[in-house]
Design a protein around this ligand. Structure first.
Ligand code: SAM
Length: 320
């Protein structure tokens, strides 16, 4: 059954179970489509069965190989245990992406020479530390706000080892801004972290940041709005990109695939497992302008298997 027929059945209100009974899948993409549909409906058993069928239909598909395992041991706290995320950002296309990101952050530090820097969601510091090292001037005092205890420890250990003055806040940026209403920063930066905030929380957060920072630098992927992840065209493009992304990893492929790539990408299909809310660059620019940032500019940073990454810079309202 072609994906367009499955999509039509879905739009007509059929369940994955009904669609599969009427039209048993004969291709791996059709079986994967039904697996993700059942998963989105909160039906783990048929989701696993379709995923196993996809594996049999295409033994060369890495996604079909990893999906049954992921559905068996599904977890959504992708930053709680840092191994998979740590291996993900240190391999494949992330090597070039993180070089480009750190270089851009270093240039931004040179341009603004901040005395105080807030890094929102620094993870284990893989983008932050090289940026601080590459920047020409003295390192600013760094505040880190990161809800993952394990990742935050990695970042603070690295800052400690370099003798860079810092404070670590093991919480969300929303909490930090609420609990420290008088705190201001010369520069706030964030790489691939603001996408974690759901859209309804993002506006108020950006507004609060605009009032309390002099400059802002954000790196995010430019992701067009996905009205329906089960649209066959988007679904097929997602399958192709996923396969490419997974194959960028060799020894770590299972760890990275099951522990990070699959949970993040599958979040697009099932709202109950969503881990991020990506946005187009135009939407980021508009969000920042609406929040009160001025001089908002965006520059393409680096191509990547999922979508290209962009640097967005803006001026906040805090005079410094
Ligand atoms: C994709 S990772 C990026 C980490 C790091 N900035 C980097 O470039 O490697 C997203 C990070 O955002 C953090 N995060 C998620 N929600 C957050 C929030 N509400 N406030 C601050 N950080 C958050 C996660 O714990 C995670 O470390």
């Amino acid at each position: 059954m072609p994906l367009t027929d499955l999509h039509r059945a879905r739009q007509q209100g059929l369940s994955a179970h009904q669609a599969a009974a009427a039209h048993p899948p004969h291709t791996a993409p059709a079986a994967l489509y039904l697996a993700l549909w059942a998963h989105a409906d909160g039906r783990p058993d048929p989701a696993r069965e379709h995923a196993q069928l996809a594996r049999r239909l295409d033994p060369h598909s890495e996604f079909a190989r990893l999906l049954p395992h992921h559905l068996e041991h599904e977890h959504t706290g992708v930053y709680d245990s840092p191994e998979a995320f740590g291996a993900f950002i240190r391999g494949g296309g992330n090597v070039e992406l993180y070089h480009a990101t750190s270089r851009a952050l270093a240039r931004n530090l040179d341009e603004h020479a901040p005395r105080t820097l807030l890094d929102v969601g620094p993870g284990d510091g893989l983008a932050l530390l090289p940026a601080l090292n590459d920047a020409a001037g003295p390192a600013p005092h760094v505040d880190l706000v990161e809800p993952s205890t394990a990742l935050l420890e990695g970042a603070t250990d690295a800052l400690q080892a370099q003798g860079i003055g810092h404070r670590a806040f093991n919480t969300t940026v929303e909490n930090l801004l609420t609990r420290h209403p008088d705190q201001r920063w010369d520069l706030t930066q964030s790489t691939f972290a603001l996408q974690s905030l759901p859209p309804h929380e993002r506006g108020p957060l950006l507004q609060a940041l605009a009032e309390r920072t002099r400059h802002l630098a954000v790196v995010e992927f430019d992701v067009a709005h996905v009205p329906d992840p089960f649209d066959p065209q988007w679904f097929n493009s997602c399958l192709q990109r996923l396969e490419r992304g997974l194959r960028e990893y060799e020894d770590d492929r299972d760890l990275v695939g099951s522990g990070f790539i699959l949970p993040v990408v599958l979040g697009h299909f099932a709202t109950h497992t969503r881990t991020n809310y990506e946005h187009s660059v135009q939407d980021w620019v508009q969000d920042l302008q609406e929040a009160g940032f001025t001089d908002v500019g965006a520059h393409h940073l680096c191509d990547y298997w999922w979508e290209p990454a962009w640097l967005i810079q803006a001026r906040g309202q805090h005079p410094g």
